[in-house]
Ligand binder design. Structure first.
Ligand code: SF4
Ligand code: SF4
Length: 296
């Protein structure tokens, strides 16, 4: 995960890594002279759990939320889709009001953390991911001048990010996996990128896919699984990450019906063969055209 991932507001600062017990001088409240200033320069990347909280807060579907309130961007050079909150032409978050954040109870992870940035890292040889924290100091933010010291871990508690971190973990692992796989998996096909978008962000479309006959014909899962997926967004979100790990990285944790893997392999072979034939044809056509050009 890049440093930009969790810094919600535009900043070119190079942060210094902080331990959780390090205390920082900071307090944000309605009486501060810069109240709302940060939300007027918002650059907020959303996690799948942020989307669930925000669309529930607004009482709309994830599909409508994505259309009305977000913009897509590419998280890496392979075009892995990310989602950011939409802003107005001046860069202000659409949820900011004179009274503050209109979705405060369900504000995104990155907004909760600010001005603490965080990222997950997977050190070589380590069994899991570790969090790294750093402080983002921007001139407009006067919260750093307030008379209160608070440790990073207490700040996380105060902002109630622990639950968010827990529910963001699968998605973060997925992003880290894609990063550390580097060129070994190469650029996913456009279909895979669209599949990633649906599984990660558009939970309504993903639910329809999971409950479809085509899905049921491919995976060997109990009726109780489908009942849960029909009702529970968070369970469906977690399953989305699990399915992406299986489809993109071959982590086989979801049982497939007999013969499905073989059928898929056959289909892939056919696609590769068709592609190979098309390339040979193109090459041949180019050769013929070159010869014609040379003779004319
Ligand atoms: S969601 Fe709320 S806290 Fe986050 S940038 Fe928008 S107004 Fe500010
Ligand atoms: S103190 Fe910082 S975080 Fe709080 S409103 Fe001001 S700019 Fe935003």
């Amino acid at each position: 995960m890049s440093e930009k991932f969790d810094i919600p507001f535009k900043s070119d600062l190079v942060p210094q890594v902080l331990e959780p017990n390090v205390e920082i001088p900071f307090r944000c409240h309605k009486g501060v002279s810069c109240f709302n200033e940060c939300c007027k320069h918002a650059d907020v990347q959303l996690t799948p759990y942020d989307i669930i909280r925000l669309k529930d807060n607004l009482g709309i579907s994830a599909t409508d939320f994505l259309k009305k309130h977000t913009v897509p961007f590419e998280m890496d050079k392979d075009g892995l889709p990310g989602i950011k909150l939409r802003t107005n032409d001046d860069g202000a978050c659409l949820f900011v009001t004179d009274e503050g954040c209109s979705v405060y109870a369900d504000r995104p992870t990155a907004c909760r953390y600010y001005p603490v940035g965080h990222m997950a890292v997977h050190e070589a040889g380590a069994s899991g991911e570790e969090a790294r924290y750093f402080l983002v100091k921007e001139d407009h933010c006067k919260g750093h001048e307030e008379d209160r010291m608070i440790s990073i871990s207490d700040y996380r508690k105060e902002q109630e990010v622990e639950q968010y971190d827990q529910l963001n973990l699968d998605f973060m692992q997925l992003i880290l996996k894609k990063k550390s796989a580097g060129p070994t998996i190469g650029r996913p096909s456009d279909t895979s990128l669209q599949f990633f978008f649906m599984c990660a962000y558009d939970i309504d479309r993903f639910r329809r896919y999971v409950l479809s006959d085509a899905f049921r014909a491919s995976y060997d899962l109990e009726d109780s699984f489908y009942e849960t997926m029909e009702k529970e967004d968070v369970a469906l979100m977690k399953f989305g990450s699990q399915l992406l790990k299986q489809v993109l990285f071959g982590e086989q944790t979801i049982p497939e019906k007999a013969g499905v893997a073989e059928k898929r392999l056959e289909e892939r072979k056919e696609i590769l063969e068709l592609r190979r034939k098309a390339e040979i044809e193109l090459h041949q056509q180019k050769k013929e055209q070159d010869m014609k050009d040379a003779l004319s």
